[in-house]
Design a binder for this molecule. Structure first.
Ligand code: R5P
Length: 285
């Protein structure tokens, strides 16, 4: 039985189809005081061996919904509750950056662990975040799927990551595409919305560029990279990421920087979610 959080309904349906498992009818309500209720009335009458709760924790509400759906699955008598976090919110807060700060990724991982037997999460910012869970947790690499929507006629492409940490994603996308070089920029984060990028010496003039990252959040990183590549005479600049958060005016920033196309997966359901990670998750389940 697949049970979807409200932010992961399309992926939940794809996963149910890929696994040939029933998709629960979930209702999402909000009480007048603002509290949420995510429930699946009727499921209790069916035999549920394994409940797979699929919920990207893109907001505080999504976190609460997830905890409620895990709890409901236990109430129905599911023998095993598996939690799929297509996108794990707070994963980037994986250390206490200043004295007195929490390790937020650990805090949410502990809460999620209390309602499940196993966790899968797609391309977390660092795989080590899985160690924060108190049940078996594994990272799922879906980056190879990002090659699917790219044009087939890329001209001597360079798959570039805007920082060294995402170079493995760039290499995975290049390998899946089947041609091209990899490269990376140096990045220094100045604030939540400001970054400083230092380009490499690679001559990109006349070449098609594919900038890859795990997530586009505010779009500051990607729009900065696109701007630099256009200044250096690149031909077309595409951006692709696993988690297209695209918060606030990220799409505008990317458009102003001269991006040719934006592609992401359905770990976060957005208009640019061109590829589904359902098959990768189905294999792991
Ligand atoms: C950080 O290292 C990540 O890989 C992303 O580069 C970053 O989180 C993107 O954030 P933003 O879109 O706000 O620049």
């Amino acid at each position: 039985m697949i049970i979807s959080g409200s932010a992961s309904q399309a992926l939940g349906a794809e996963l149910a189809a890929a696994l040939d498992e029933p998709l629960a009818s979930v209702e999402y309500e909000r009480f007048p005081d603002g509290e949420l209720l995510a429930a699946a009335p009727g499921v209790a009458e069916t035999d549920v061996d394994r409940a797979v709760v699929v919920a990207s924790t893109v907001s505080s509400d999504a976190h609460v919904e997830l905890l409620q759906l895990q709890d409901a699955a236990r109430e129905w008598g599911a023998e095993e509750v598996v939690t799929v976090l297509p996108y794990m919110g707070y994963a980037r807060q994986d250390e206490a950056f200043e004295e007195g700060h929490p390790i937020s990724a650990r805090a949410v991982a502990r809460a999620i662990s209390s309602g499940t037997d196993r966790v899968l999460t797609v391309n977390p910012h660092e795989n080590a975040v899985c160690d924060f869970f108190e049940v078996p947790a594994e990272p799922i690499d879906a980056a190879g799927r990002l090659a699917d929507p790219l044009p087939a006629d890329l001209d001597s492409p360079v798959f570039l990551s805007p920082d060294e940490g995402a170079l493995d994603i760039a290499a995975t996308v290049r390998d899946a595409y089947g041609a091209g070089d990899t490269d990376y920029f140096e990045k220094q984060r100045l604030s939540g919305t400001e970054v400083e990028l230092t380009p490499s010496d690679t001559d990109v003039a006349g070449r098609d560029m594919v900038v890859t990252d795990d997530i586009i959040a505010t779009g500051s990183t990607m729009s900065g990279a696109v701007e630099i590549l256009n200044e250096k005479g690149a031909s077309r600049v595409f951006v692709t990421c696993v988690h297209p958060m695209l918060a606030a005016n990220a799409v505008t920033k990317l458009s102003q920087a001269g991006v040719e196309g934006i592609y992401g997966t359905d770990t976060i359901e957005r208009p640019v979610s061109e590829v589904s990670v359902a098959s990768v998750l189905a294999d792991a389940l």
